[in-house]
Design a protein around this ligand. Structure first.
Ligand SMILES: [Zn+2]
Length: 80
């Protein structure tokens, strides 16, 4: 299954933006965050195997899920 990587911006004083992995019909399957410093995406709850990575991981430690780049950002206006 393919997941869209969706970025939800946080307030300016947060050092990362929220990431959600959603199915084509918009169901959230996992979450993580994207560093504002280096742009790297970290997996917390894996959308593929639903494992929770307690340490920040760029790849899921259970199944090797590797996030795609952010594909859409349609919620940006909500935070402006
Ligand atoms: Zn996984």
């Amino acid at each position: 299954m393919k997941f869209k990587t969706v970025m939800y911006p946080t307030p300016e004083d947060h050092d990362s933006n929220d990431i959600r992995w959603e199915t084509e019909d918009g169901r959230v399957q996992g979450y993580g965050y994207q560093s504002k410093e280096d742009g790297k995406i970290h997996v917390r709850r894996c959308p593929r195997c639903h494992n929770e990575n307690y340490m920040s991981q760029e790849v899921c430690i259970s199944c090797g899920f590797e996030p795609n780049p952010v594909e859409k950002n349609e919620n940006l206006s909500k935070f402006e």
